[in-house]
Design a protein around this ligand. Structure first.
Ligand SMILES: [Zn+2]
Length: 252
């Protein structure tokens, strides 16, 4: 049974395609597909235990941050409604993550849910070499070859990807205006919206900038210290300033 090292509780389900019909998550194309439960972990589990429902997901994330698992990563979940169609997010090439919403699928989710989901997405993508971006971490509604759906509704997928990229806990370090602007750029460039072609290089660069922004507070305090030394009449040369900034960047 292939599972995450993050401590998912195994629930199991009879609904899956064994061995992914020969498809592999470490071979592209591969996706992580995000869903919302329109209910609780318990109600989703009740559904996924019934063979007649022909429905499952690989993982479920609770509003309290717990992670459960219904299907081995080596098998294909019946989550996206498109097994074997060859579409975007085909079940055979996807790990599906359900998210608890207590039935309020357009309401707010908890920080605990976002943190756990981002950690899970990061772990999956790193183990299979899947790029952590919005081309590869997609919503059910962005899959093709299935019936139209709004799932995962108001679940903030950009937030999950943003945190998954950095691997760092969400803090108040990032200026909210900057974060919103970067999100907007990622949306436009990442989705190919605004009549532009998706540009993986730009998306990767923006993700790197986002990761860097997380470490800004550590660098800022080092710069404040250098400034204070200079103002106090100390002799601080350019080379040592650069070395100290470099060190702050590495330890951030
Ligand atoms: Zn869904």
């Amino acid at each position: 049974m292939k599972t995450t090292p993050l401590g998912a509780r195994w629930l199991g389900s009879p609904n899956f395609t064994a061995g992914r019909d020969g498809h592999r998550m470490d071979v592209q194309p591969a996706w992580v597909v995000l869903h919302t439960m329109v209910g609780t972990v318990e109600s989703a589990n009740a559904r996924f235990q019934q063979p007649g429902q022909q429905a499952s997901a690989t993982y479920g994330v609770g509003l309290d941050g717990r992670i459960v698992q219904w299907v081995s990563e080596d098998d294909a979940p019946w989550a996206n409604g498109n097994t074997g169609t060859g579409g975007v997010g085909d079940n055979l090439d996807s790990i599906a993550i359900e998210h608890e919403d207590g039935g309020d699928f357009n309401g707010p989710r908890t920080p605990e849910l976002y943190a756990a989901s981002a950690a899970l997405v990061r772990d999956i993508c790193q183990r299979y070499g899947i790029p952590i971006d919005r081309q590869h971490v997609i919503g059910h509604r962005e899959c093709t070859g299935n019936a139209p759906t709004a799932c995962p509704d108001s679940l903030d997928m950009d937030r999950i990807v943003r945190v998954a990229v950095t691997g760092a806990p969400e803090g108040d370090d990032m200026d909210p205006t900057l974060a919103a602007k970067l999100d907007e750029m990622l949306n436009v460039l990442g989705s190919g919206g605004d009549n532009r072609e998706p540009n993986p290089w730009i998306v990767a660069t923006l993700n790197a900038i986002l990761a860097g922004v997380q470490s800004v507070s550590g660098i800022k305090s080092e710069l404040d210290a250098i400034k204070a030394e200079i103002e106090a009449g100390g002799s601080v040369d350019a080379a040592s300033i650069l070395a100290r900034i470099e060190k702050a960047l590495q330890t951030a």
